[in-house]
Design a protein around this ligand. Structure first.
Ligand code: G3H
Length: 527
């Protein structure tokens, strides 16, 4: 099924990574290592590929990382939280320029560690670099708006956004670079100090950046630890010293970590969690466009996206035509290794994922659903072909669970209240895709959908980007908002200096500005 010819540039060389970053120092580790095995095979007889290993750190290193982050924040007195905006930006620019030199290494590892196609891996890298620069630009704007005094009822105020403190950052395996950095970059730039633990997959690809983190920021601002979440993250939270939990991933881990923090009101949350985004297809939808968007929405990166279309509601009047075209399109998709030209479906990076998807299919078919596409459910070494399941009912696991993989549940409806009620009942509320053309039908739906989810995609698949738009969700899908702009707000708090409008106070303010003695009180306009 797979062409094993690997282009020279993409042949993996095992990486035995034996260091981590704490307090500005890249420390050596000679303890146990966690092996990294790719589900991609390099041989004709299927055999997973050994990619290398990374440190399996213990509670002790986790707490050292926390201490380093606390020391760098130093109760708000640290060099980083008190630094002028333009100086923090200079550090971030230095980091971004070093990061760009690692593109080839990171793109190659994205393919091997998580099976992402070459174009998508390149896009993930480039999009992340762009995210860093866009965040810097936005921060300049925030700073420009704050470069002034306000006066109201005889009180002068100089209002800025300040850091929150120590941030624990945990990202997901499907976007191990982009989503982790969408948390890390704004958190760091706003003056917080961070402890970052990469996801369960996509760990080696972070290692080429250790040096850039260490040399671009003051000691302890960024601390990077490797190992198991339960061993590292839980003890850090239990100390009660974390001010922000920034996590994109599973709500079970998020809940457990929140629970273990003893000071609930201190802990701010920035969370991106599960979603079950529906497509709702009206009878007057443009069929070809709808099929194209539903294929990419449900199956790009094998459906392993939080924004993926995870359930499709099709109106009875267009059902047969849609199912016929959609199932054909799914069977025509190309499966291949990530670097192979045109590979749309790629190996699943979690070795047990095909079995899980199989369980969902078996459960659904036992309860009356059929696999509509010929190739649906075909198993081979590291994959299971996307099964298009219809008719799906609410008692099926594939309806209830976030499948995060290649299986597509479809339901039909005659009354729009059916998908509306299901969305209202759902635990999730990230996005919806609405397909149709009649304005009079679409208008009331749009007006309702916007109150059930946080983005209504008209005649297009759900997606996070462009990153300047707000990315969030209702109910169990998210806490806080992550756009370029909103993330800077999510990782900061408004804080200000107020003084009564008296001659003596105003002289102090003028002297503070002219002497440039304070980094907070300043009216510099960053160009
Ligand atoms: O996994 C969730 C990602 O934020 C989805 O991003 O819509 O750009 O694929 P995307």
């Amino acid at each position: 099924m797979i062409n094993n010819k690997i282009p020279k540039d993409f042949v993996p060389q095992p990486i035995e990574h034996k260091s981590f970053l704490i307090g500005g120092q890249i420390k050596k580790w000679d303890g146990p290592q966690q092996e990294v095995i790719s589900t991609i095979s390099t041989t004709d007889d299927y055999k997973p590929t050994y990619l290398g290993s990374y440190p399996e750190l213990t509670k002790e290193e986790a707490l050292d990382a926390l201490d380093a982050a606390c020391k760098a924040y130093d109760m708000g007195k640290g060099v980083w939280p008190t630094m002028r905006t333009k100086d923090r930006i200079a550090c971030m620019e230095e980091f971004a320029s070093q990061m760009q030199t690692k593109r080839n290494e990171i793109v190659k590892l994205l393919m091997w560690e998580i099976g992402k196609s070459l174009p998508d891996s390149e896009k993930e890298f480039d999009r992340t670099v762009q995210y860093v620069y866009d965040t810097i630009e936005d921060y300049k704007n925030i700073d420009r708006d704050a470069a002034k005094f306000e006066q109201y009822e005889g009180v002068n105020a100089h209002i800025r956004r300040g850091p929150l403190g120590v941030v624990l950052c945990l990202g997901p395996y499907n976007y191990p670079l982009n989503e982790a950095f969408a948390l890390l970059i704004p958190a760091i730039l706003m003056g917080n100090t961070v402890i970052y633990k990469p996801a369960k997959l996509g760990v080696l690809l972070i290692t080429p950046l250790l040096e850039a983190f260490a040399s671009s920021f003051p000691a302890g601002v960024v601390n990077i630890v490797f190992g198991r979440g339960r061993v590292l993250a839980s003890p850090i939270m239990e100390t009660g010293k974390v001010d922000v939990l920034a996590l994109i991933g599973n709500s079970k881990s998020a809940n457990a970590l929140q629970e273990s923090h003893p000071k609930k009101n201190r802990l701010r949350l920035v969370l991106g969690l599960e979603a079950k985004n529906p497509a709702v297809i009206m009878p007057d939808a443009d069929l070809d466009l709808t099929v194209k968007e539903c294929v990419s929405g449900s199956l790009s990166f094998n459906g392993q996206r939080c924004t993926a279309l995870k359930v499709i509601y099709v109106h009875q009047d267009i059902r047969d035509a849609f199912l016929e075209k959609y199932t054909k399109a799914v069977d025509q998709l190309k499966f291949g290794n990530p670097w192979e030209e045109g590979s749309f479906l790629t190996p699943l990076p979690e070795a047990d994922k095909p079995d899980y998807i199989q369980e969902l299919i078996d459960d659904a078919t036992a309860k009356g659903a059929k696999i509509l596409n010929q190739k649906g459910g075909e198993r081979f070494d590291n994959y299971i072909w996307p099964a298009v399941l219809y008719p799906v009912t609410k008692d099926m696991r594939v309806y209830q669970e976030e499948q995060f993989g290649p299986v597509v549940p479809i339901l039909s409806f005659t009354d729009i209240e059916t998908p509306l009620n299901d969305m209202a009942e759902s635990n999730y509320g990230q996005q919806v895709s609405l397909f149709g053309s009649d304005v009079n039908t679409l208008a009331p739906l749009i007006d309702t959908f916007v109150n059930l989810v946080c983005r209504v995609n008209l005649n297009s698949a759900c997606q996070r980007g462009p990153d300047i738009y707000p990315f969030t969700g209702r109910k169990d899908s998210a806490v806080a908002t992550l756009s370029v702009h909103d993330a800077l707000r999510s990782f900061s708090i408004r804080t200000f200096v107020a003084s009564k409008d008296s001659e003596a106070n105003n002289k102090i303010l003028n002297d503070l500005i002219e002497s440039r003695a304070s980094n907070f009180i300043n009216t510099d306009y960053i160009l």
